[in-house]
Each structure stands twice: as structure tokens, then as C-alpha cells.
Design a binder for this molecule. Structure first.
Ligand code: ASP
Ligand code: CP
Length: 326
């Protein structure tokens, strides 16, 4: 899928009739292949602009409310950086305990409050479906920055953008997802989004208690994407084009003893990676807590730090889209 040919040309004009103007971004299911191509084109332009001028005034005067009920480093700071690089400003609420949430204010009321002051709201919340609840309460666009074990759509968009930039295609790929596939919302979104492409094969490697949810596998299966489950990486590493490693999500376990049983299940290191292709990549949404050895960081196939940077450009594109400037 070429990103160059469909790139829109900066500077963007106001386009209130554009498909994404005023829309919420709640799930990857909202994105067709054409939408993705468009987002990637805009993200590509954003990258060029950041490299050339750093900051520019596309969203001057616009305000983003960044509302995080769960911890975040990348998503929160990249949305802040995205808004500020586009000339806008940010209301940061990362410690909800210092907001009126701690007095018992409901999510819909919190959202109604913030939309009085902001043009767009980014929300991370521990409950699946919370972003949809927030979007129902809001007239302004709500962007889902992770709703419990549900979805993390902007992560999947930056993940697919990363694959496109690093490997140059999103069709004809074998993608292996490794780790906590049960509670990892990034893989739920990524598997769904990859099913939009052609000749994709998905391998899922996890401990038995952390398998990919049936619901996600059924949705992906309905698009005729071959999926296979494994307990170990060994057999499928040599055929893998993208190895997507995830953290075991300690905070989601009901029984801490279960976490202890699986926490060190897989560790990627230079020795294991000898069996992988030379032109594949290793991705991770991060943070990592031991599942990729730091000894692997200098390998050119280690794409996880570059992946974070791509997130800035994708989030700049998404903000421009929902605010009618792309
Ligand atoms: N940062 C990602 C998320 O919030 C992945 C993780 O925390 O493991 O879903
Ligand atoms: N990848 C990701 O969502 O990172 P944070 O949890 O640090 O935002």
C-alpha cells in the first residue's frame, strides 16, 4: 500500500465536510483500508513537517483534554506533543485522584465538563466500553486511548504505520503476537486491524491462560485470515515477518498467583533471534518488563523505539482529521 501517492498536501485547509471531522475514534473497526491509507498519508506529511519545521500552526487555538484514569507514558505524552507541535494546547488530567473524579463524579459528567473547555478529548480508562460511554455523553470528538482490556485503536494505527514504514507493505505478512494475548488490548486492536489486509497470517504464542479471546479470533476468522495458536515461539519464529511482543498485564489479574506463574514465560534475546529472518522486525507497544532483553536493543530488527516515534506522527494526523484540518 503506497503512502506517497495518496498523501494530501500541506498546508491543510479547513474541511468540515471531511469524513472524519467531529468523529470519535473508539475502535479499529471504524477504519477501512482506504481510511488507513489516508491516515498514513497524513502521518507521513506530519513526519516531514516535524523534521523540517518542528512545530507549525495547523491546530492553533484548539485545545485537547488528555484524561487518563490509568497510567501512561507514551500515549499521554505523544498526544500532548502532537497537539503542541500542531500549535494547539492541552489540559492534562493524568492524576484523576486530584480531579473531581475522587469526589465521585461520573465519567459522563467529567466528559461533559471537559468538553466545555476543550475541542477534543483523549480518554484512557480501566473499563471496556468506557470510551463509547464517554462518546455518547460528548458532542466533541472522543479518542479512545485504551479502554480496559477492550481496544487501543491509536496504538494499532501506529503499529500498522510502523510496519508500513519499516517493511514497506501490509499485505503478504506473517505476524506473530507473543505474550499476554488475553488482557493485552493492543493485540486485540492490532489483530482486528491487520485482518483488513490480504494474505496475512496471524500466529498467537501465549501461555494457556493468556490466549487470544475467542471473540477476537472469530472476528478475524470471519475475514478469512488464517490464525494458529502455539505455546512456544520456536517453530514459527523463522517464518515471522513481524514479531509483536507484549507485557504480561499484571494489573488485570484477579489472582496474583496466576501472574507469578506466567510472568517470565517468554524472553526475547539475541540468541533466540538467531533463528529469525534478517529482514523481519520486533515490535512492542511498551512498557517492557523483561520480555525483551536490553541486549537485543542494538539489533537493527529492534523496531520498538522507532515505533514510539511513529506514534507521534499518527496522533498528529488523527487530531488533524477529527478537528477538520486534514
Ligand atoms: N501501553 C500499552 C497499553 O496501555 C501496553 C501495556 O501497557 O502493556 O495497553
Ligand atoms: N503503548 C502505550 O500505550 O504506552 P503507555 O501505556 O505508556 O501510554
Amino acid at each position: 500500500m503506497p503512502t506517497q501517492s495518496t498523501s494530501p498536501h500541506l498546508p491543510f485547509g479547513e474541511n468540515k465536510n471531511a469524513d472524519w471531522y467531529g468523529k470519535d475514534i473508539l475502535s479499529v473497526k471504524q477504519f477501512s483500508r482506504d481510511d488507513l491509507e489516508y491516515v498514513f498519508g497524513v502521518a507521513h506529511e506530519m513526519r516531514g513537517m516535524v523534521e523540517r519545521v518542528g512545530t507549525f500552526d495547523l491546530l492553533k487555538g484548539k485545545i485537547l483534554a488528555n484524561l487518563f484514569y490509568e497510567p501512561s507514558t507514551r500515549t499521554s505524552s505523544s498526544f500532548t506533543a502532537a497537539m503542541e507541535r500542531l500549535g494547539g494546547s492541552v489540559i492534562p488530567i493524568s492524576e484523576v485522584k486530584y480531579s473531581s473524579v475522587s469526589k465521585g463524579e461520573s465519567l459522563p459528567d467529567t466528559i461533559r465538563t471537559l468538553e466545555c473547555y476543550a475541542d477534543v478529548i483523549v480518554l484512557r480508562h480501566p473499563e471496556t466500553g468506557s470510551a463509547a460511554i464517554a462518546a455518547k455523553a460528548a458532542k466533541k470528538p472522543v479518542i479512545n486511548a485504551g479502554d480496559g482490556v477492550g481496544e487501543h485503536p491509536t496504538q494499532a494505527l501506529l503499529d500498522t504505520f510502523t510496519i508500513m514504514e519499516e517493511i514497506g507493505r501490509l499485505d503478504n505478512l506473517t505476524v506473530t503476537m507473543l505474550g499476554d494475548l488475553k488482557y493485552g488490548r493492543t493485540v486485540h486492536s492490532l489483530a482486528r486491524l491487520l485482518s483488513t489486509f490480504t494474505n496475512i497470517k496471524l500466529n498467537y504464542v501465549s501461555p494457556d491462560i493468556l490466549k487470544m479471546p475467542k471473540e477476537v479470533m472469530e472476528e478475524v476468522g470471519a475475514k478469512n485470515i488464517p490464525q494458529a495458536e502455539f505455546a512456544s515461539l520456536e517453530k514459527i519464529l523463522p517464518e515471522t515477518d513481524v514479531l509483536y511482543v507484549t507485557r504480561v498485564q499484571k494489573e488485570r489479574f484477579e489472582d496474583p498467583a496466576d501472574y507469578e506463574k506466567v510472568k517470565g514465560a517468554y524472553v526475547i534475546d539475541p540468541e533466540i533471534m538467531k533463528a529469525a529472518k534478517k529482514d523481519m522486525i520486533v515490535m512492542h507497544p511498551l512498557p517492557r518488563v523483561g520480555e525483551i532483553s536490553t541486549d537485543f536493543d542494538d539489533d537493527p530488527r529492534a523496531a520498538y523505539f522507532r515505533q514510539m516515534e511513529y506514534g507521534l506522527y499518527v496522533r498528529m494526523a488523527l487530531l488533524a482529521l477529527v478537528l477538520g484540518k486534514a
